[in-house]
Design a protein around this ligand. Structure first.
Ligand SMILES: Nc1ncnc2c1ncn2[C@@H]1O[C@H](COP(=O)(O)OP(=O)(O)OP(=O)(O)O)[C@@H](O)[C@H]1O
Length: 226
């Protein structure tokens, strides 16, 4: 049996009196596309944020490549997020003051890559996701679908091992949503990155290799997609 790259083991997390996670356990394997499904408020985003080291569970542990995330300092965890993980959210969360090219180059710049090289790699990625024409535009001047493709390029430019995507197509019409899912999953598969995807749409989950259903803060079912 293959060892999981990322593991959540018996996670509990409450926000005040709301128990968002109640013994949630999950494994993410290298290179797989895993969809987290389940009703609204069931704990999908909370689980994703714990897996990504953005939230720390009250109890239970998250391990990445054998390392316990809660045992790391904040600096170590941020470094891990910067180098090993990529993120795509519902609204791309691009920096509005920067051009699309600069947005994609940003994670590389933060990782210490020089400006020229970062821009070269960013331009390559924009080309790859078919939005080279918006390189010099600000995100606000691009369409929703274009901005989300820029967000996909930004998530993958550092060659992460895991991409976390929370409702990445939630703000798009179905055609653009399909396009973004196609690009995200193809690019991730080409570069060997795993994708952990939160969605409530079966159409989006259909791009995954495996589905896990979250109910009442717990992973209830897991199955391989057709
Ligand atoms: N920052 C927060 N403060 C307070 N309660 C929160 C917070 N984040 C999540 N919750 C609560 O925790 C529970 C799980 O939320 P979560 O966002 O993980 O669900 P979800 O399955 O992703 O929902 P959706 O599909 O609607 O996005 C919900 O009851 C939610 O209201």
């Amino acid at each position: 049996m293959t060892t999981a790259l990322l593991t959540a083991d018996d996670l509990h997390l409450s926000f005040g009196s709301t128990q968002a996670l109640d013994s949630a356990s999950l494994q993410v394997y290298a290179g797989e596309v895993l969809a987290l499904m389940g009703p609204s408020g069931s704990g999908k985003s909370t689980l994703l944020h714990c897996l990504a080291g953005i939230l720390t569970p009250d109890a239970g542990q998250v391990s990445y490549a054998g390392r316990n995330l809660s045992g790391m300092s904040d600096t170590e965890r941020s470094a891990l997020r910067r180098t090993e993980f990529g993120f795509v959210f519902q609204f791309g969360q691009l920096v509005p003051e920067l051009s699309c090219l600069e947005n994609v180059a940003l994670p590389l710049r933060l990782a210490g890559v020089g400006r020229r090289e970062a821009h070269r790699r960013a331009a390559e990625w924009l080309e790859r996701v078919d939005v080279a024409d918006v390189a010099q535009k600000r995100p606000g001047q691009a369409s929703g679908g274009q901005a989300q493709r820029v967000a996909v390029a930004r998530a993958l430019v550092t060659q992460p091992r895991v991409v976390f995507a929370d409702e990445p197509t939630g703000a798009l019409d179905s055609l653009n949503g399909e396009r973004v899912m196609e690009l995200l999953t193809t690019a991730a598969r080409d570069s060997g990155a795993a994708v952990v995807l939160v969605t409530h749409e079966a159409r989006v989950a259909a791009y995954s290799d495996r589905e896990a259903v979250v109910r009442d803060g717990r992973v209830r079912e897991q199955e391989y997609a057709r």
